[in-house]
Design a protein around this ligand. Structure first.
Ligand code: NAD
Ligand code: TYD
Length: 361
């Protein structure tokens, strides 16, 4: 049986995966209800990712500038829109930033998730609401820790987070499960591998490397470049989340992955070749920019996901090959100079300040 929600509250919908998810739901599914995007608009958010959604779905898409750490403001949103589904993406998301300043990660990722759970409990359980509800928590494979050369992360792998980011996400996963077991809150959780694709803030490996190549800047590879990540095209992550919220039993956790492991250095070289080809340069032109730099402290060696559960139970399948996904991504960054310029110049953040006020309590 498929669930048919009337209002989905998406947190972090102005970020990379959240924006792709909202676009996916409106443009590629049968969904006929409304989406409320709740986002604080931190440095990694960009409402311009959703300009066409604002235009095409005027009466079905709403934006609320709200910090999920602000329970009173969030309460107003729950009261006003009465969502029957929450898809929770909002987070501080970058490991390097969590090493430099962990506090924001603890606040948003743990306390912010706690606030959302409390409000879902208040409006869905305590008020005894009758229609079917679901709280979906979007998490990462990094909660499982670091793998050696062999082995995989399964849904049953014990948690072993090693960065402030992954520890804060692990904390939020535990809270979500606790609300299921203790209060019967209807929840699902997904733990996904590294995403890439359009609209990703250029601090993560793939967009950072592409933009540095375009500016002929050094390409900083941490340590010996032999750390391994499992890459998934963002739209395939979105389709997995959509299938989970539509069809999964409550209380379930799913791993989502690309089954596509790459050593960082091999991936950077591959990207160099794709950008060179698109820019009419010689194959090795950008490789001279590769620069090995000091390693990230506590750098997890390898992530690799087994995602047989979602493939078997929900019949989810990836639709984009890595080759194809990388080419689409490079094209997107090459074609969206304005988007890049507005982020880099601070123009976007000035525009936000002028046009969007925080939701009043
Ligand atoms: P992102 O940094 O691009 O976007 C995060 C969004 O959350 C931004 O729009 C930001 O403004 C918003 N946000 C941050 N703090 C907030 C707060 N206090 N209140 C309201 N909004 C707030 O991150 P992303 O890459 O899109 O990641 C989205 C989710 O997916 C995160 O939960 C992350 O842990 C998870 N995830 C990401 C990846 C990946 O490879 N990027 C992989 C697996 C899981
Ligand atoms: P990142 O995109 O930050 O994702 P995560 O740390 O969540 O996996 O990094 C992906 C990999 O690339 C990771 O092993 C760290 C490495 N990396 C670099 O070598 N150089 C860089 O400039 C960045 C941002 C990451």
């Amino acid at each position: 049986m498929k669930r048919d929600f009337s209002c989905i509250l998406v947190t972090g919908g102005a970020g990379f995966i959240g924006a792709n998810f909202i676009r996916y739901v409106f443009y590629k599914t049968e969904f006929r209800g409304i989406i409320v995007n709740v986002d604080k608009l931190t440095y990694s958010a960009n409402l311009k990712n959703l300009e066409d959604i604002e235009r095409d779905f005027k009466d079905r898409y709403y934006f609320e500038k709200v910090d999920i750490c602000d329970r009173k403001a969030l309460d107003i949103v729950f009261k006003e829109y009465a969502p029957d589904c929450v898809v929770h993406f909002a987070a501080e998301s970058h490991v390097d930033r969590s090493i430099l300043g962990p506090e924001a990660f603890i606040k948003t990722n743990i306390f912010g998730t706690f606030n959302l759970l409390e409000l879902a409990k208040k409006y869905w359980i305590e008020k005894n609401s009758l229609s079917e509800k679901l709280f979906h928590h979007v998490s990462t494979d990094e909660v499982y820790g670091s793998l050696g050369k062999k082995g995989y992360f399964y849904e049953t792998t014990p948690y072993g987070p090693r960065s402030p980011y992954s520890a804060s996400k692990a904390g939020s996963d535990h809270l979500v499960r606790a609300y299921f077991h203790t209060y019967n809150l209807p929840v699902t959780i997904s733990n996904c591998s590294n995403n890439y694709g359009p609209f990703q803030f250029p601090e993560k490996l793939i967009p950072l490397m592409i933009l540095n190549m375009l500016e002929e800047k050094p390409l900083p590879v941490y340590g010996d470049g032999k750390n391994v990540r499992d890459w998934l095209y963002v739209e395939d992550h979105c389709s997995a989340v959509w299938m989970i919220i539509s069809e999964s039993k409550v209380g379930e956790t799913y791993n989502i992955g690309g089954e596509n492991e790459w050593e960082n250095i091999k991936l950077v070289k591959k990207l160099c070749e794709i950008v060179a080809e698109k820019n009419g340069k010689k194959r090795d032109y950008y490789k001279r920019l590769i620069s090995f730099v000091k390693d990230r402290p506590g750098h997890d060696k390898r992530y690799a996901i087994k995602c047989d559960k979602i493939k078997k139970t929900l019949k989810w399948a990836r639709s984009v090959s890595f080759e194809e996904g990388l080419k689409v991504t490079v094209d997107w960054y090459l074609k969206n100079e304005e988007w890049i310029k507005s982020i880099k110049s601070g123009e976007y953040h000035r525009w936000i300040k002028k046009n969007y006020k925080d939701r009043k309590k």
